[in-house]
Design a protein around this ligand. Structure first.
Ligand SMILES: [Zn+2]
Ligand SMILES: [Zn+2]
Length: 174
């Protein structure tokens, strides 16, 4: 779906979509979308400031390898959005845009309008947690023997601890 300014000028546009996996490129090959990416809301054009205002909510379920143990970790995101898009020409033309900290939800559109897929891609990527874990207390893999410490323990000595000992020893000697 594409929000054309010329259409929004006539009346706000309501949307209710469900994109199958792959229809919105999430850019990260490790992110696997499970089921549809659904969204609903309304887009309108604010004449006085030439801004496109889009608000609504979306829902997505993704799978991604756990940062620690590499087992698949599921992440379900249901989130509201309330976004303003200004014409990109305003930025390129060197006009004082005056972005305030509170304006972090302001983006830019180019040309005739903006695509809903682009908006959703950005919202999904922003909503994903920085650290992706299968569970909060995931113990990860042993860096030496590689066993999953969630399932079993091993008797390896952590190399981090070892190198600290080395540093300590050489410190004492010098
Ligand atoms: Zn894990
Ligand atoms: Zn080990």
């Amino acid at each position: 779906m594409f929000f054309k300014i010329r259409e929004l000028e006539l009346k706000p546009k309501r949307f209710e979509v469900a994109y199958a996996p792959g229809e919105v490129d999430l850019l990260d090959p490790e992110l696997q979308q499970v089921g549809p990416l659904s969204a609903q809301g309304v887009a309108e054009f604010l004449d006085s400031v030439s801004e496109i205002h889009v608000q609504g909510d979306f829902h997505i379920l993704v799978k991604t390898p756990c940062d620690r143990c590499l087992e698949p970790a599921g992440e379900e995101i249901r989130q509201k959005f309330d976004l303003y898009y200004r014409p990109l020409e305003e930025l390129e033309g060197g006009v004082e845009v005056g972005l305030k900290a509170a304006d972090s939800d302001v983006g830019f559109y180019e040309g005739e309008g903006i695509s809903l897929r682009d908006i959703l891609r950005e919202q999904v990527l922003l909503a994903l947690p920085v650290q992706r874990l299968c569970r909060k207390d995931c113990k990860g893999l042993c860096p030496i023997c590689g066993v999953s410490l969630n399932e079993q323990s091993c008797s390896c000595v952590s190399p981090v601890v070892e190198s600290r000992w080395e540093a300590l020893k050489s410190f004492k000697l010098s």
